[in-house]
Structure formats: structure tokens, C-alpha cells
Design a protein around this ligand. Structure first.
Ligand SMILES: Nc1ncnc2c1ncn2[C@@H]1O[C@H](COP(=O)(O)OP(=O)(O)O)[C@@H](O)[C@H]1O
Ligand SMILES: [Mg+2]
Length: 274
């Protein structure tokens, strides 16, 4: 709506986890490096946690691009409210296993065959699970058992589980100790610092065609950071609304007054601190 007014070629603050807009904060950079390193070195289990909106799914999308470009097959489970039968069905579908997808036994046999064949060729296979905090115990247990498959050179299946901090709490419980002990790498995404929030906003605007952004002056950037606590998803909502308000007022610069109105509309004060 406001694109032409600001001379933008795309919407800078979309809420989709699009790697094309990736801003590499030190935490995001480290998390992505860990995910790739963990997969390459066959670490087995990798855990990625972070508050809602800190960029977990975006990191997984970046990893997905990496795997695609290296022709590494993966299953991506993003709907974590599923039964263990549905879980195996999705794995069979994603990995294109030659079997009756609704029979868990058949899926397991086909998966095992595929993993062993690939491992013998020194190739790896990946399972990515998003929204892991919602997984039921029995599905997590199936995941743990899949993580046990190994040959003498390492794990056959690299498993990445991503989730909100509740996942960490869940795994602390006694019934999850076997899974907890198998986690080889942990990464945690943190909200941005004030400096990173400003860089993040500038990066997204630059990717949409606006170099050297002047829409958000330093005092507005400071308020955006304070109001969003540096959480990317909230920053996107605020900035999108601010661009819209500025456009409506035919101003090329956002003001603190505009910020206050947007923050009220979005009820920013009700969001928990990340
Ligand atoms: N490092 C980043 N670079 C660019 N955009 C990001 C980054 N981290 C988060 N975002 C953006 O923030 C929003 C929320 O990110 P998302 O990955 O969906 O968070 P989560 O899965 O942790 O809830 C998305 O619009 C995403 O594009
Ligand atoms: Mg997500």
C-alpha cells in the first residue's frame, strides 16, 4: 500500500520467515552455524530454543535452503500437534519412502533401509521439527528412538528440534531425561540489542530497495526497541504500522507520536518480555 510512496520494491516487514530478509545478528549467525555444523558433523540431536517471534522458523528455513543446495534430504515437521501415526506418515511423505505410509512398521523399515544406504555412501539425512514445545510425550519418544539409529561412523539421522523456552522446561522433567542426555548441541535465540534492532530495521528496508533509511529517526528507533524488547516479529508489526501511518499522513519520516499511537493499537505493553 505504501510501497510506491516510500519507493520500495517489496514489503519490508512481512511476517513470513523468509531467508531473503535475513539479518545476521550474532545470535542468529551462531545458531545457523551450529545447525549446519551439527548436521555436517553428524551430532545427532540439536536443540534450538527461543521466545515466540525471535526467528526460530526463519533459522530453520535458512537451514532448509542449505540442505536443498547440498542435496541433503530432510523431513520437516511443522505441525507438532500430531499423533505418532501422523508423525510417521509425514516422515514417509517428506522423504518419499517407498512404503505404505500409514503403517508405522513399514515406514520404519523403509526409513532404516534409506538411512543405512545413505550412511554407507557417507551421506546424511535430516529431520527438522518445529514448534517442539507442543509435542506429546509419545511422539518425542519416537523421535528419541529415531535418534538412536547409528552405525560406527555416527548417527544416521540428524534431528533438529526447535521450540519455545517451554520445551527446555519440558525436557528438564525426569521422563525426558533420556532424550535430554542425547542433545549434542543447544542453541538459544535472544531478542536483539538496541543496536541490532536498528540494524535489523535498516537491513530489511535495504532489501526492499531503501538504502540509508531515514524513515525511522534515532528517537523513534529507541522507542521501537523499548516497546518490542527487540523481538523481531513485534518489530515487524510496529514498523509496518508506522510506515502505513506515515504514508497516511503523507510524511516520509515517522515520529514518536505516531509510534505511541501504533503501540497503543498493537497493545504492545501487554506483550511479555522476551
Ligand atoms: N534474523 C532475522 N532476520 C530477518 N528476519 C527475522 C529474523 N529473525 C526473525 N525475523 C522475522 O521475524 C518474524 C518472526 O520470526 P519467526 O522465525 O517466525 O519466529 P519464531 O519461529 O521464533 O516464532 C518473521 O517475520 C521473520 O521474518
Ligand atoms: Mg516459528
Amino acid at each position: 500500500m505504501y510501497k510506491a510512496f516510500f519507493g520500495l520494491i517489496s514489503n519490508p516487514f512481512n511476517l513470513s520467515p523468509d531467508p531473503a530478509f535475513l539479518y545476521r545478528s550474532p545470535h542468529h549467525e551462531e545458531a545457523l552455524a551450529n545447525l549446519i555444523y551439527g548436521v555436517q558433523s553428524r551430532k545427532g540431536f540439536i536443540l534450538l530454543t527461543g521466545e515466540v517471534g525471535t526467528g526460530k522458523t526463519t533459522m530453520l528455513e535458512c537451514l532448509r535452503d542449505h540442505l536443498d543446495s547440498h542435496q541433503i534430504p530432510f523431513a520437516f515437521i511443522f505441525n507438532s500437534r500430531l499423533t505418532s501415526d501422523q508423525f510417521f506418515e509425514m516422515i514417509a511423505y517428506d522423504l518419499d519412502l517407498p512404503c505404505t505410509r500409514t503403517s508405522k512398521t513399514e515406514v520404519l523399515i523403509a526409513l532404516n533401509t534409506m538411512l543405512l544406504e545413505r550412511a554407507n555412501q557417507n551421506k546424511t539425512t535430516v529431520l527438522i521439527v518445529d514448534e517442539g514445545q507442543n509435542l506429546e510425550w509419545d511422539v518425542l519418544e519416537e523421535i528419541r528412538l529415531l535418534g538412536n539409529l547409528e552405525n560406527r561412523r555416527g548417527k544416521l539421522l540428524q534431528i533438529i528440534i526447535s521450540g519455545q523456552p517451554e520445551l527446555d522446561v519440558k525436557l528438564e522433567q525426569d521422563e525426558y531425561r533420556q532424550l535430554r542426555q542425547r542433545i549434542a548441541l543447544r542453541c538459544r535465540l535472544r531478542p536483539f540489542t538496541e543496536f541490532e534492532t536498528a540494524e535489523y530495521i535498516a537491513t530489511r528496508l535495504a532489501r526492499s530497495g531503501m538504502r540509508d533509511q531515514r524513515v525511522f529517526p534515532p528517537n523513534v528507533l529507541a522507542r521501537i526497541h523499548a516497546g518490542t524488547h527487540g523481538i523481531p516479529r513485534l518489530i515487524n508489526s510496529v514498523c509496518d504500522n508506522l510506515l502505513l501511518t506515515s504514508f497516511a499522513m503523507e510524511s516520509h519520516v515517522a515520529t514518536v507520536e505516531m509510534y505511541e499511537e501504533v503501540a497503543r493499537d498493537l497493545r504492545l505493553d501487554r506483550n511479555p518480555v522476551g
